[in-house]
Design a binder for this molecule. Sequence first.
Ligand SMILES: NC(=O)c1ccc[n+]([C@@H]2O[C@H](COP(=O)([O-])OP(=O)(O)OC[C@H]3O[C@@H](n4cnc5c(N)ncnc54)[C@H](OP(=O)(O)O)[C@@H]3O)[C@@H](O)[C@H]2O)c1
Length: 218
Amino acid sequence: MAAQAAESVLVFGGSGQLGSEVVKAVAAKGDKVTVFVRPTSKLDLLEGVKVDRIDGDVMKEADVAAAFKKGKFTVVVDALANDRGGPANFYEMSEVHISKAVKSAGVKQLILHSSVGAGDSRSIYPQDRLADMVAVLDSKGLGEKAAVGSGVNYTIIRNAALREAPGPEQAKIYEDHTKFGAVSRKGLGRLTAECVGNPACNNKIYHAVDDTIPLRAR
Ligand SMILES: NC(=O)c1ccc[n+]([C@@H]2O[C@H](COP(=O)([O-])OP(=O)(O)OC[C@H]3O[C@@H](n4cnc5c(N)ncnc54)[C@H](OP(=O)(O)O)[C@@H]3O)[C@@H](O)[C@H]2O)c1
């Protein structure tokens, strides 16, 4: 079988705890990785990993548009998280900026990390935590909408809780939007790498769960 051509992957949030696991897994598979990070960002979690870097603020549409002029990317991954004190519409606006840029840049796949509780999964979110999380989940839902409307193949991977696995991670993706459970960042990194450039993941919304991770009572 012919080897799959290496992808050129731009990872937003690549310096973060989830993003760095994504970067490591994607780079290990042989794809070329570029991270979009703020000028102040430290790449400590990526020590020893070969990545290119583009500086910018995802809340500035012009910074995001400029990133796509600095390289030719075939796949984009959004693993961003809002800072404490960041705007309430962070997840919506960051994904709106990314979604606007990908189509004209010729990107073939956009992978967005989102949360269970966004979009059509609201009803399975623990009701006792909803009041605290509703603004974030609403913003993530609007971010999902932007990705779906981007005009490129989208893959949305939702998580409900991020926890370390007690042993080797066994994360899986489910098309069942009632599937609820914890998953590790490492597991999400591997699942993302498996979806990069994989047509089977096109235009899908998944829930990622590792059933080996105990979940506190809902
Ligand atoms: N369900 C759960 O239990 C749970 C728990 C935690 C997180 N999460 C979710 O998991 C996802 C990833 O979280 P994480 O733990 O990886 O977060 P994290 O470690 O805080 O990483 C956040 C990333 O976003 C980047 N970022 C933030 N604002 C930016 C901006 N304006 N411009 C450019 N980059 C920006 C950060 O870059 P810098 O290096 O510049 O800071 C960093 O790379 C998020 O969707 C989060 O909501 C879920």
